[in-house]
Write a protein that binds this ligand. Sequence first.
Ligand SMILES: C[S@@+](CC[C@H](N)C(=O)[O-])C[C@H]1O[C@@H](n2cnc3c(N)ncnc32)[C@H](O)[C@@H]1O
Length: 244
Amino acid sequence: MFPKPIAAEVFRVLQDDGSFVLNIGGSWNEGAPTRSLYQYKLLIALVEEIGFHLAQECYWYNPAKMPVRAEWVTVRRVRVKDSVEHVGWLSKTKYPKASNLRVLKPYGADMLRLNARGLKETTRPSGHVINASWDKMKAPGSIPGNVLEEALPDDLLKFGNNSANDAYTLRCKEAGIAIHPARFPSALPAFFIKMLTEEDDICMDIFAGSNTIGATAEKLERRWIAMELLPEYLDASKYRFESF
Ligand SMILES: C[S@@+](CC[C@H](N)C(=O)[O-])C[C@H]1O[C@@H](n2cnc3c(N)ncnc32)[C@H](O)[C@@H]1O
């Protein structure tokens, strides 16, 4: 379980309008093809025992996840592989600072065509009335959903991904330093940093690893604080900042 004393400290130091975003990998019960309730119990404990509010549940769509436990997925073929990780967006108060206008996606071709043609008032099979006020695009892009690969705007996906060829990986290899084995793609923190903070706000990563979040925050002109147990990971993270 994510340590509750650490969660309580995060709550204590967070600004009143601040957010705490937690990626929870999820796990399976030992010896059975059934799911552990860990991530649900953790979210409930963070809300009911620590005092956070659950602002939104998001899902990081990651089709590259390994088919684990192999016994149940690739050998006995009981269940399908996982392709999402839970990301809990928690806040200190009910009204965290946030704006989806900072993470809008470009409109798709269908929406652009519809807007050019104009819309007739109609009632959808779901019962939703689409009226003339939908006729004009009110924002410069479409609102992302909470399944995060689909939600990530193109410009966020382009910078600093964690491929085998990024600067961090290449420089670690050159220097013979261990590459962090569990790095985020930078697009994931970039989405939350943009939506939940503005320039000069502070982003703190308490389990920083290779400091993907610090480097992403730096690119987005936020201030950042990184904490990491193993000094060699933090030492190698300097390579993320060489091109700045
Ligand atoms: C999943 S990794 C984070 C990877 C990071 N998101 C990245 O992109 O590189 C979690 C990190 O938390 C660190 N860690 C574990 N317990 C910690 C603690 N009590 N304080 C600080 N760091 C800790 C581990 O050493 C590990 O590097």
